[in-house]
Design a protein around this ligand. Structure first.
Ligand code: SF4
Length: 221
């Protein structure tokens, strides 16, 4: 049987976050998530009944080829939680072989071990206390991250920023560490003050670009 995927939406935009922020990217958003973060901005794509189209690997490859023909070099596999798609490793490998830079945005609650050889890079969230989901974090993933990967600490409160520092000191991942404020919940200036006071020189503050360019609630951008 051919490999299939629950594709919730696909569009070309700029990468709002991560090491290629600002570059054009094809977004493939898959339906379904194993977490329910309090401040989730894609809750519509998370449930079992999330609207989606069932597509084959060949269809994903066609969408990616079309984006490449338009000059797009990056593809971001996102969700929901993309690693819940049974055949996501095959899709990541295929897209890497086609010459695209493949980034997997994952929520930190799924083991990365089966996907390390796909050629994709990870932007892995660590869900902090304000998400309500910290207990689900698979901290063993930290040891698997490589220089080209990224850890994103999504901060919805001051307590979250302190916790991010604690986690980074405990697990010492070998990749860049981003602090990303939850839009509308914490003033980025407050995060900078904490970074200065707590000597958090190993972190980078990053704003979600698309929330500033478009309506913060807009989909497909
Ligand atoms: S992991 Fe991401 S997609 Fe899932 S509930 Fe949390 S913010 Fe939403």
């Amino acid at each position: 049987m051919s490999k299939t995927y629950k594709l919730a939406e696909q569009f070309i935009s700029i990468n709002g976050e991560g090491q290629c922020a600002g570059e054009l990217a094809l977004f493939l958003r898959f339906a379904g998530c194993n977490l329910r973060c309090v401040w989730c901005d894609t809750a519509w794509a998370c449930g079992k009944d999330a609207p989606h189209e069932t597509v084959t690997l060949q269809r994903l490859a066609e969408i990616a080829a079309d984006a490449q023909a338009k000059g797009v070099r990056n593809v971001t596999l996102t969700g929901g939680e993309p690693l819940l798609q049974e055949n996501i490793a095959a899709a990541a490998e295929h897209l890497c072989k086609s010459g695209m830079r493949v980034e997997i945005e994952t929520n930190g609650a799924v083991s990365l071990a089966p996907y390390l050889e796909t050629g994709a890079v990870f932007t892995m969230d660590y869900k902090l206390p304000s998400s309500g989901m910290e207990r689900h974090m698979r901290t063993e993933n930290f040891a698997l991250l490589r220089e080209r990967d990224t850890v994103k600490f999504v901060c919805g409160s001051r307590e979250d920023v302190f916790r991010a520092k604690e986690i980074a000191e405990q697990y010492r991942p070998q990749c860049p560490l981003y602090l990303s404020p939850v839009f509308g919940q914490i003033d980025p200036a407050e995060i900078v003050e904490i970074m200065k006071a707590q000597k958090m020189g190993g972190f980078r503050l990053q704003l979600q670009l698309h929330k500033f360019i478009w309506d913060p609630m807009a989909r497909g951008v």
